[in-house]
Design a protein around this ligand. Sequence first.
Ligand SMILES: [Zn+2]
Length: 271
Amino acid sequence: MWSSPLLYERLTWPEVRRAAGEDRVCLIPVATLEDHGPHLPIDTDLRITGEICRRAAEEATDEIVLLPPIPHGYSPHHMDFPGPITIGWDTFTRYCRDVGTSLARHGFRRMLFLNGHGSNQNLVEMAARLVGLEHPEVLAAAAFHTSGAESARLIAELRDSERGGMGHACELETSMYLAIDANAVDMGKAVDERGFPAGRHAWMDWSDGPLKIMPWWSSFSRTGVHGDATKGTAEKGRALLEAAVAECVAYVRELREKPLPERRRPQETVA
Ligand SMILES: [Zn+2]
């Protein structure tokens, strides 16, 4: 039997062909390297998203093939802080699309980009859409981790901060990182900073408000944090990670249940 979880990069080419024949979902973690306050490493999005995907692949051993994470994303508005590696929005979108179309070329028909960086969201969604346009027989999806309805319920239940406390390098990300590797987090430097210009329709939390605004990060955050990092605990992090993994596995299973798309000739009646 194969290793568990099934790691794409460790397969031989005949094994890639076999994995594609098993109708597995290609799980592609996507993140960015960028400042996460004075208390968290710049790999926060990468580490958390990679961990969620790895655990999901361990749980759904026969249903997933795990791709190596895409480490670099779209973070130009963070460049006043030392650390971010930012990729042009169009280059990044095409890069993600090309990962997907390569997998499609090898026979994979279902794929999920699991993203862990807010500003990648619409670009990763576009990349997934472009894969499907080029390969109409492929179901390509994108999701932002820990943002489904059940995760939202858990967040509401366990959070100690108000809305705005879970934006970036925040209660949520600090908790998750603590649960993964507490030694990498310096809680002595954690701050509570919530400078985003929030209002009735625009706010930044793990799920943002409907009115989308994204100014330069340095215009509203001195430390790079938006949220209450001081409320982070490993215990909350463990619960959040568990929810994130369950959510990811549920997305994978839903993708596997769906019929593959088939383009058809339009007609004037439903039948
Ligand atoms: Zn982050």
